[in-house]
Design a protein around this ligand. Structure first.
Ligand code: SAM
Length: 290
């Protein structure tokens, strides 16, 4: 499939064709991968299309391209990925942060900005934090919030801690191991979560399950096993007037809404749609104290 010498344009053309069956963004992926191999920015590639790749660059480019055509996600090859305009370290121990999760960050920031308290220092928890993309994106954009970033996976927590430190947020985003919010007893103003929500039977049918951690995907028999427990725990921990945000699988909309209404009969419960119009985010605004 590959020849011995290649210019940048030829490499880009070849990889775009090779990646088309596995990626909807084959040309973009090709540019990102080659730019990474050469240690340059993408626009540089386009201005230097006639330049020939060195032997080493060609070998690196080819071995990565083989992994990509085998379906391995580009962020795992790069070791980083962008979320909410910020760069995050990623590895196969964490879910690759998804654009649809930016809705959760938008909602949290909008709420934090409009619900200023008389006493500063809002307390928040991000449950199932993975790469810590959610608490880092929120805390980097809103100074008056402190997060507990919790995950059950020690490998994910190592990546989370790196990201928190790299963004200079170690004083306001505290990474710790936990099984949801078990054993947690401090009252919270805000709870955010993107817990595993794929029903177990559907997990093996998904391409992502081949590469991304099962622990980040499998939501149990009905997809709700963890979310159900977290809603109960949040019922105990969330302060009056607090906010609960949980990303969901669109198919879980009705059952998740019912769970939330059962837990918080007087709260404002809604499911917000993502940019593609699919139900994506459970938002529960608790009633303020009387
Ligand atoms: C869907 S991933 C979300 C990662 C990250 N919050 C994001 O949005 O990119 C779910 C995360 O929940 C974690 N997790 C699974 N079961 C958990 C549990 N019982 N308690 C805490 N975290 C859990 C997984 O390790 C994984 O990192």
């Amino acid at each position: 499939m590959f020849t011995d010498s290649k210019t940048i344009s030829q490499a880009l053309q070849e990889s775009t064709v090779a990646l088309a069956p596995v990626s909807e963004t084959a040309r973009l992926d090709s540019e990102v991968w080659l730019a990474y191999v050469l240690g340059v920015e993408r626009p540089w590639l386009l201005a230097h299309g006639e330049q020939e790749l060195s032997e080493q660059h060609l070998a690196d480019w080819q071995s990565g391209l083989q992994r990509l055509t085998g379906g391995e996600p580009l962020p795992y090859l790069l070791g980083h990925w962008e979320f909410y305009g910020l760069m995050f370290q990623v590895s196969p121990s964490v879910l690759i942060p998804r654009p649809e999760t930016e809705l959760l960050v938008d909602e949290a920031l909008a709420w934090l900005r409009t619900h200023r308290l008389r006493t500063p220092g809002r307390a928040a928890a991000d449950v199932g934090t993975g790469s810590a993309a959610i608490p880092v994106a929120i805390a980097a954009n809103e100074p008056d919030v402190t997060f507990h970033a919790i995950d059950i996976s020690p490998d994910a927590l190592a990546i989370a801690q790196t990201n928190v430190s790299q963004h200079g947020l170690a004083e306001r985003v505290h990474v710790s191991q936990g099984d949801l919010l078990a054993g947690f007893d401090a009252p919270l103003d805000l709870i955010t979560a993107n817990l595993p929500y794929i029903p177990s039977a559907r997990v093996p049918t998904l391409t992502v399950a081949k590469w991304e951690p099962l622990l980040a995907l499998d939501g149990g028999a009905d997809g709700l096993e963890l979310i159900r427990v977290l809603i109960q725990q949040a019922g105990r921990l969330l302060k009056p007037g607090g906010l609960f945000l949980e990303e969901i699988d669109p198919e879980l909309e009705d059952s998740v809404e019912a769970l939330a209404r059962q837990q918080w009969p007087t709260a404002q419960v809604e499911v917000l749609a993502d940019l593609t119009g699919r139900p994506r985010l459970l938002r529960v605004q608790l009633e303020a104290a009387k």
